[in-house]
Design a protein around this ligand. Structure first.
Ligand code: TEU
Ligand code: CA
Length: 556
């Protein structure tokens, strides 16, 4: 793998709407981010990814863009964006924006023109199909439920939306569309962006002509993802885009790729791949079922371990993987991957160690560094997210009670990650002086940045140490071969792996349970580099006594 400027860096995802509000409208804004750039430096991160801040009706929280060339007034102005880029550059922070080009908003000018003349120039910017015998063109189900086809009033035609009906898919088969997209990407890169996180990009290649797939639900629909296995040629689009935009700018790109085929990995993230990195979603998609969240299998510590290692071994040296514990599409990781009732600062630090020391580029999601947790829901009216509301109804339709349905969405909803950032113990956690757009987690008086920054035993301080260790010149060359310590592989609730370099071998070990245990070490210990307890009881007989949820990084 060739070294690039982003290797050994650590990235941080900002969800602007929930990060910090400076004008009292209850919505986070760019000025709120500008004022906190030193917070990112104090944590030790290098790359900042901003979830979308372009003009948008916010049907899907900004992932429905109505103007790619302007900042939505709710977040601020283009001058604010220019100031953010300039202030970030002064601090050697790289800024990424979110590239959402599988679809745009139905309020984008292109789509408005298309609806006026579905057969005209702009109609060809989208997928517009005639119905079959008065029915939709095919039985695919949107990511957010219901058909992917929306009727065009006054015609027997429909337009395609893999996501919400206010997110019409752009027709990537149309070269004019691709040219429009490349022009926009270059415009932003020329403004000084370091790159992009690339949204839902695996969906841009459709199986044509559109056809039904065997239904996986009683309503006769099939998950739209089912077509991905038959969609051939996405790499042609991605390489063309990279050649026309990313590569000439040496831009950093993080692809949001799901369902990729193993043989495609070099094309995605290899030395000559179209992206700099892609995310490990193995732990995220574990236990999924097309029938809905009510039918999912919840992940255990051993599942988590296996998912992490399967990715590490699959990626091996092909390219750079990006490891996440959570993001804006997922629940809070500490509430998901730590067994119920065991969620403490100690176990949060253990989880952070297990993920952050893996080979790859860590993306920390806002609040993860504080150990922010799921919020829970008393009723569906507390939920804003379209995906969660859909899954709530899917659970009820499947026969779940109201309480069961609320418990299911409380565990999986991405609104858990979108509650306002918890800055301090003042009203609304210091996020806003107004009414927050989404409920603040009531635990903000106990979990907030003001309490943790500067406190040596806080989760925040532990993340600082983890990031510093990853960057420590003495150890940053250690790369994991992705192998468990062989005789520990089948030990229940024990996660242990090597990081090996030319001259060092590190052992990363986590006791993923409340009960303490004694573990035989594979070699003698030169030094303990990180520990979420005050000390590590290493005995002369070559064993270590691990307390509940103890994590230790040692040099062997
Ligand atoms: O998510 C794309 C995606 O693959 C979905 O499965 C997503 O994980 C799901 O909608 C979560 O319930 C991207 C963005 O990250 C997501 O926020 C957007 O909703 C989606 O694309 C549409 O732009
Ligand atoms: Ca605001």
């Amino acid at each position: 793998m060739k070294k690039k400027w982003w290797h050994e860096k650590v990235a941080y995802q900002v969800y602007p709407k929930s990060f910090r509000d400076t004008n009292g409208d209850g919505i986070g804004d760019l000025r709120g981010i500008i004022e906190k750039l030193d917070y990112f430096k104090e944590l030790g991160v290098d790359i900042i990814w901003l979830s979308p801040i372009f003009c948008s009706p916010m049907a899907d929280q900004g992932y429905d863009i109505s103007d790619y060339y302007n900042i939505d007034p709710m977040f601020g102005t283009m001058e604010d964006m220019d100031e953010l880029l300039a202030e970030a550059k002064k601090r050697d922070l790289h800024v990424l924006m979110d590239l959402v080009v599988n679809h745009c908003s139905d309020e984008h000018e292109w789509f408005k023109q298309a609806m006026k003349d579905p057969d005209g120039k702009y109609g060809k910017y989208f997928y517009i199909e005639e119905g079959k015998d008065g029915k939709v063109p095919c039985n695919w189900r949107s990511y957010f439920g219901g058909s992917v086809w929306e009727p065009i009033p006054g015609t027997n035609k429909y337009y395609l939306h893999m996501f919400h009906k206010k997110q019409p898919d752009l027709n990537w088969e149309n070269e004019e569309v691709r040219e429009e997209i490349y022009k926009m990407i270059n415009w932003w890169l020329d403004k000084g962006l370091s790159g992009f996180r690339i949204d839902a990009i695996i969906n841009i290649k459709k199986v044509l002509p559109f056809r039904d797939y065997p239904a996986d639900r009683d309503d006769g629909t099939a998950a739209c993802t089912v077509m991905l296995k038959d969609a051939v040629g996405v790499m042609d689009f991605l390489n063309e885009m990279a050649d026309r935009t990313f590569r000439p700018h040496n831009a950093f790109t993080a692809g949001e790729v799901f369902n990729e085929k193993k043989e495609e990995l070099p094309d995605f993230i290899g030395d000559d791949g179209c992206f700099s990195t892609m995310f490990d979603f193995n732990e995220t998609v574990f236990g999924e079922s097309d029938r809905g969240w009510y039918d999912f299998t919840r992940i255990t510590p051993d599942d988590y371990k296996r998912c992490c290692f399967e990715t590490q071994e699959r990626i091996d040296d092909v390219g750079l993987i990006s490891n996440v514990i959570e993001n804006h599409d997922e629940p809070r990781g500490v509430s998901r991957y730590i067994p119920e009732g065991d969620c403490t600062d100690t176990s949060k630090k253990m989880l952070a160690t297990m993920s952050m020391m893996l080979k790859g580029l860590p993306f920390i999601y806002q609040g993860q560094e504080l150990g922010m947790e799921n919020i829970g829901f008393n009723n569906i009216d507390e939920v804003d997210d379209i995906a969660t509301i859909d899954q709530y109804h899917v659970a009820l339709d499947a026969g779940c009670s109201e309480r069961e349905a609320l418990d299911i969405i409380a565990y999986y909803s991405r609104d858990n990650a979108r509650t306002p950032f918890q800055w301090d113990e003042s009203d609304n956690a210091g996020f806003t002086s107004g009414k927050p757009w989404l409920r603040v987690n009531p635990n903000y008086t106990k979990i907030n940045a003001k309490d943790q920054v500067g406190r040596a035993d806080s989760v925040f301080a532990y993340y600082q140490k983890l990031i510093a260790l990853r960057k420590n010149p003495e150890y940053k060359e250690t790369i994991i071969y992705g192998k468990l310590v062989p005789y520990m592989e089948d030990e229940k609730n024990l996660m242990a792996y090597y990081r090996k370099g030319e001259n060092q071998t590190l052992l990363v070990i986590g006791n993923y349970q409340n009960e303490s245990r004694v573990v035989k070490l594979p070699a003698s210990v030169k030094s303990v580099l990180l520990n979420n307890y005050d000390d590590a009881a290493i005995s002369s007989d070559g064993t270590i006594h691990l307390e509940g949820y103890q994590a230790v990084v040692m040099e062997l």
